[in-house]
Design a protein around this ligand. Sequence first.
Ligand SMILES: Nc1ncnc2c1ncn2[C@@H]1O[C@H](COP(=O)(O)OP(=O)(O)OP(=O)(O)O)[C@@H](O)[C@H]1O
Ligand SMILES: [Mg+2]
Length: 271
Amino acid sequence: MRSSDHVRFAGMTDTGKAAQEADVSGGGPLVVLENVNKYFGELHVLKDIDLTIHRGEVVVVIGPSGGGKSTLCRTINRLEPIDDGTIRIDGQPLPEDGKELAQLRADVGMVFQSFNLFAHKTILQNVTLGPTKVKKTPAAEAEKYAMELLERVGIASQAEKYPAQLSGGQQQRAAIARALAMRPKVMLFDEPTSALDPEMIKEVLDVMTNLAAEGMTMVVVTHEMGFARASANKVVFMADGQIVEENTPEEFFTNARSDRAKDFLSKILTH
Ligand SMILES: Nc1ncnc2c1ncn2[C@@H]1O[C@H](COP(=O)(O)OP(=O)(O)OP(=O)(O)O)[C@@H](O)[C@H]1O
Ligand SMILES: [Mg+2]
């Protein structure tokens, strides 16, 4: 990549994926969950979750349906409140509400399974909306950065179109650009490719792989083994609201420790 094409993202380390030797940039871990518990009514969905995510680290979260993966992501940007424990981002506890919560949301980018773009806004407007409304970035500056990001995810030529005029893969790349426009410190991806037709999965994974290689701190719920093996520093296996196992991708995929993980892997690897 030519250096002129290179857009740097806030929160990136200089060491790229090598931030596996995390915290090389100093400043302590970026996201820390301690003893986090959450209930939906009687249902105990997150059980004593302890998880540390270092700067530049890529954490893949994997596990059976209903295990709490989405809820975990949603608690990190406080779309869901927690009942017990603490979550800190860059040393700061998650705020309850108000202006500080808006700031936190800006620090934590999120990409969902369904693309969640604003249907009545163009792709460019989707990407500039957060920066201009929340961060009060001047329109010209927001547009310039938005176009750089759209270039980066390969859809600059689609900037003036509306979401419905784009393929699923293009919409998901627009959703990634929209999240990046807020210059987040960490990006959360909740099964970003699972609603896509197979031929579009790669184009989205390629964008994520590049982000990872450039040192973005990422939490990715996915069952895409290729991505996990190539880009993850750590795999977290969740089942029944608990982190059952935390390991390197190599160890996890070839030598899972728990019966629960072995059983899960035998099911996903055979279809
Ligand atoms: N808003 C809600 N109200 C009540 N129960 C919920 C709510 N959201 C999730 N749950 C329940 O919490 C549990 C964990 O759900 P979650 O969506 O976090 O699982 P998941 O691991 O992401 O599953 P999947 O792989 O199917 O996406 C499930 O039993 C689910 O039914
Ligand atoms: Mg989920």
